[in-house]
Each structure stands twice: as C-alpha cells, then as structure tokens.
Design a protein around this ligand. Structure first.
Ligand code: PLP
Length: 359
C-alpha cells in the first residue's frame, strides 16, 4: 500500500526525553515551557517577529478574523481546503470568491477589485500547496481599498519568498501543523503577525481573554496547544531541512517521469525557494483524472483530489462564478509524497499513470 501522505515520526527517544521533562514538571498545557521553546525556535528558524502556537490551523484562521475585527464580505479563493471558507462563515462573514490564476492556482489578483463593495473588509487568500500568492498585487489592491490581508499559510511552512518566510506576509498569516502537513505537531497551528498590537489581541483571544485569572480583555476562545504537541514539534524540527530536501528529490523524480508526458503542473513563481509540500498534477479532463485515480487505487496506491470540489460549490455559500477553479479542481490529483517513499514506489506510480494515459 502506498499512501498519499504519511506523517514523519522522529526517533522515539527524542520525543521520550521531552515527555520525561513533562512528567517531571507535571505541567501539561497552558503556555508551558515546551510551547514557549517551540514558539521561540519557530520564530528563530523562520525569522518571524511574532508567532503563537495554536491548537490547530482552523482556530488560527478564526482568531485572525476575530483579531482584525473583520465583518461583512471577505474576498477569498475557491481553490483551497474547506477550512479557508468554513472559517469565514463560522465567523459570520460572507465569503466572496475571486477566481484563481490558472498557472499558480492561487487567487487571481486581477479578479479582486471588481468584487469589492462597501461591505468588503478583507482578502483571505491561500498559498495553496505552499506556492506564494501574488503578494505585491494583493498588497496594492488591499491598501487602495483599505482592506486587511490574511494569508492561509497552512501549506506554507518552509517556503521562502523574496528572502523571507512566506508566513511573514499579510496582516496575519496562519499555519497548520496537522499530522498531514510538512512540519507537524500531530494537531496544531500558528498565527503570525509583524504587528505587536495584533499579537497582544491574538494572545488574549487564544486564552479566553484572560488578563490575569479574574479579569478579561474582551471575548476569547481556547486556542491553546499542549506540551505534548509542542514536544512532537520540537522533536520534528531538527529533521525539517532533511525532510524538505528528500521531498525535493522525490518531486524531481516525478518530474523526470511525467513532465514530458503532457501532464500539467502548477507554476512556482521566481524569487521562491519552494517547500515541496505536495505533488499535484493537472490532467486533461475529469474523466482522465478519475481513470488514473481508479487505476492507482486498484494497485493499492492512494492519491487525492486536493482540492475538489471548488469551494464556491459548497451548499452553505452563495457561489460566484469561478470557472477556472471549477475546471482545475475537477482535473487535479495529488500524488504520494512523504519522507520514506522510495524511488521504486514513485516509479511504480509513474508507470501506472503513463500506462493509463495511453488508453
Ligand atoms: C489543513 C488546512 C487547514 C486547517 O488546518 P487544521 O490544522 O487541520 O485545522 C486550513 N487551510 C488549509 C489550506 C489546509 O490545508
């Protein structure tokens, strides 16, 4: 069985040593020393000003929307995981979908301005697969119309854009460190901002609004994460460069088999050091995509229709027309990619795809 993804597990000894510390201190959650250490190490390695570790990447999005006091309409991408849209709806805002750029698969910055109304408060875009959005163009349209920018950076760990972590852009960026993501803490996420006032707001939001044990600074929620999750992050962190390097080799091997067979791939913009978070391919048609998916499944290889359906089709939103996203999402497939996948497994996946393309 070849899975589409498989969480990296660090040497158990490294995790055990950290768990021993937890036992000794009997401090399990609520901003403990391992959570602090993980936040420090993440800030240092990603060169970020401020970062708060959260219980997951979805609550991070919800906290971002709350912290910026977003109301009304939020212009967003239809090509992402459902959490990008559901967080907007959960926070009682209305998602307005701008179609995507057909090369990068991120929100098309030229489609944003015509969707802005007097109710628009922000742009929430996803660096899908870890590919940078059109950051400069989005910044220009946002500042012209006085909109906030939130980036769903769930996939963005490890991508460097113009010499800085992709997570350093926007008013707030969010990260997911779920077990299926490149860098994981089993469950977890983070909010990132360069603005110290926003950081304070986010810190209150993460901890019920507590300002001391008997005072509250506004409404809050429980967005905290535990010492055990931080321990997994700390045990994984030393391996992250090796993990990204291995995935780069794997992606290059896939490329060498598939690129000249007419298979589409998203475009990574220049000035980008990519994190190889996913290996999506874009086929000619939905029927061809399903044929390949079925053929792989028959051979006990899993692949995923990430991201299908296009989020403008969700039954709880009023979908705008997003033909490019609808089309791409019907033809995209993510192929197996994880730390210990072997060359021969990748070659088997490719052989099956190439064989299936022929009939
Ligand atoms: C995984 C993911 C999320 C949600 O993160 P969780 O940590 O699972 O809550 C949000 N947005 C995108 C694009 C994701 O892939």
């Amino acid at each position: 069985m070849i899975l589409v993804t498989k969480p990296f597990l660090p040497p158990k000894k490294a995790f055990d040593l950290l768990v021993d510390q937890i036992w000794k201190r009997n401090w399990l959650t609520n901003n403990g020393p391992l959570v602090n250490e993980l936040e420090l190490k993440l800030k240092r390695s990603l060169q970020l000003d401020h970062l708060l570790f959260t219980s997951n990447g979805t609550i991070a999005l919800q906290m971002a929307i709350k912290a910026l006091n977003l109301k009304g309409e939020i212009i967003t991408t239809p090509f992402s995981y459902v959490a990008t849209t559901s967080s907007i709806v959960w926070e009682s805002c209305t998602p307005v979908f701008a179609d995507i750029d057909k090369k990068r698969l991120t929100i098309d910055p030229t489609k944003i301005e015509s969707l802005i109304t007097d109710k628009t408060s922000a742009i929430l875009a996803t660096h899908v697969y870890g590919i940078p959005c059109h950051i400069e163009e989005i910044r220009i349209v946002a500042s012209k119309h006085n909109l906030k920018v939130v980036y769903d950076g769930a996939h963005a760990y490890g991508t460097i854009y113009k010499g800085k972590s992709l997570l350093s852009y926007g008013d707030i960026s969010t990260l997911s460190t779920h077990a299926t993501k490149l860098f994981h803490t089993i469950e977890g996420g983070a909010v990132i901002t360069n603005n110290p006032d926003l950081l304070k707001r986010l810190a209150y939001l993460r901890n019920f609004g507590h300002d001391g044990y008997d005072k509250y600074n506004g409404v809050g929620i429980n967005g905290k994460n535990s010492e055990f999750h931080a321990a997994m992050g700390l045990a994984n962190l030393p391996f992250i460069d090796e993990i990204i390097n291995k995935r780069k080799q794997d992606c290059m091997l896939y490329d060498s088999w598939l690129i000249d067979k007419g298979i589409g791939r998203p475009l990574i913009p220049s000035n980008t050091s990519y994190n190889y978070a996913y290996y999506p391919i874009i086929l000619d048609s939905e029927s061809q995509t399903l044929k390949i998916l079925n053929e792989l499944t028959k051979n006990e290889i899993s692949s995923r229709r990430y991201f299908y359906p296009s989020l403008s089709k969700l039954d709880y939103v009023k979908g705008n027309l997003t033909p490019i996203s609808d089309d791409i999402s019907s033809r995209v497939l993510c192929l197996p990619l994880y730390f210990d996948i072997t060359d021969s497994e990748i070659e088997m996946v490719c052989r099956i795809i190439i064989r299936t393309l022929k009939y």
